[in-house]
Design a protein around this ligand. Sequence first.
Ligand SMILES: CC(C)(COP(=O)(O)OP(=O)(O)OC[C@H]1O[C@@H](n2cnc3c(N)ncnc32)[C@H](O)[C@@H]1OP(=O)(O)O)[C@@H](O)C(=O)NCCC(=O)NCCS
Length: 180
Amino acid sequence: MFIILPERSKDREFIETLLDDVFGANRQHKASYAYRDKNPPVQGLSLTAHCNERLVGTIRFWPIFLGPRKTPALLLGPLGVASDMQNFGIGRSLISQGHMMAAEMGYKLVLLVGEEAYYGRFGYVSASSHGLSMEGENPTRLMVCELGKGTLKEASGNVQAGDCPRIGVKGSGFAYQANC
Ligand SMILES: CC(C)(COP(=O)(O)OP(=O)(O)OC[C@H]1O[C@@H](n2cnc3c(N)ncnc32)[C@H](O)[C@@H]1OP(=O)(O)O)[C@@H](O)C(=O)NCCC(=O)NCCS
């Protein structure tokens, strides 16, 4: 069984260790990390998965905006699940819960750098085929998901970091539990 909870400050050390384990210690050199340097993640949207009180999964979302219209969006990542806990639905639950909360906050678009083979099942499609790009990143790995129908056609251009407006941040009083 695992439980999904809002990230707490005491989780941070365990999150860094988990991410180093699954992505390698040089993960911070990836282009997408540059978009996370200038801002903290969106408050209330950083989630963790725990199994027997051990942290086994993490997801965060970062504020970005897109192109000259400065369309507000989210950058998902990193999403990581402990090696011995993969394929039990933890990644799926973290994404579903994160998407649901992001939509409740009013966010309409989520981008990420990852593989379509995994993220396609959650509604992610090629971002470059919709005129979106991220400097320094392989365009085939940039994916986008619409949380609000019809919003993708209004967005185009380069991903930009910045202090884009945070939309309707809510409290984080929830817990989600599932068997694994
Ligand atoms: C990718 C990751 C977040 C998925 O989380 P998870 O909890 O293991 O995955 P879930 O249980 O939600 O989903 C399992 C399904 O995803 C598939 N899957 C897992 N990783 C995948 C990948 N890298 N590519 C394609 N499919 C993948 C599994 O084969 C399984 O498919 P099935 O449902 O058809 O059997 C996790 O495995 C992880 O942290 N991996 C290390 C980091 C990594 O490889 N990232 C690259 C992904 S872009």
